[in-house]
Design a protein around this ligand. Structure first.
Ligand code: HEM
Length: 156
């Protein structure tokens, strides 16, 4: 929890800030949205209006797609024989999921290498393609906390 709650969240913020600085059009759009929906007077602690502004959420989620801080997720271990996408995986195998590659796969994403947060506004981020927090039962229990912290920090 300490590692995930500090280092991974900080690394994600660093990537999100770098992406915004390298894409001034996206930065300006996010800034305009925060200015319009929140304004300066709410930034000193009254965070609720900031939470309601979602554009920055798209920004960091999109950073997570291109620069996942845990690119191979966390190693999984098969408790029984199973088949994954036609491959027989014996019991006791350590399996790494290459989320980095999946999230940049041109068969799944149009213009896969480009930072375009607006694509997430059209629902292109269905859960099976964007798996930065893992999926299903072993997915990160900190996902909700992390997304709130990231959204609020980036928004401020
Ligand atoms: C941007 C932030 C974060 C990312 C990208 C992230 C990502 C991940 C990933 C990929 C896993 C492994 C999922 C799998 O096994 O397939 C995981 C597990 C976990 N995460 Fe996070 N995480 C983040 C923030 C946090 C925070 C803030 C906490 C707690 C304060 C947290 C606590 C945990 C714990 C306890 C596990 C292990 C769960 C288990 O094995 O059942 N994470 N996280």
């Amino acid at each position: 929890m300490f590692l995930a709650g500090t280092n991974i969240t900080a690394v994600t913020l660093e990537w999100a800030m770098s992406n915004l600085q390298n894409h001034s059009d996206v930065l300006n759009k996010a800034k305009d949205e925060v200015d319009a929906q929140v304004g300066q007077q709410h930034l000193g602690g009254r965070t609720r209006p900031l939470k309601a502004s979602i554009h920055k959420k798209h920004n960091f989620r999109h950073s997570l797609r291109l620069y996942p801080p845990t690119p191979l997720l966390i190693p999984h271990y098969s408790s029984d024989n199973c088949t994954i996408d036609g491959y027989d995986v014996p019991r006791g195998t350590i399996l790494l999921v290459n989320a980095w590659t999946i999230q940049r796969d041109p068969r799944l994403w149009e213009d896969a290498e480009s930072f375009k947060p607006e694509r997430l506004e059209t629902g292109e981020d269905d859960a099976h393609k964007l798996m930065t927090f893992g999926l299903d039962r072993r997915a990160s229990p900190g996902a909700s906390l992390a997304q709130n912290v990231l959204g609020l920090t980036l928004g401020r």
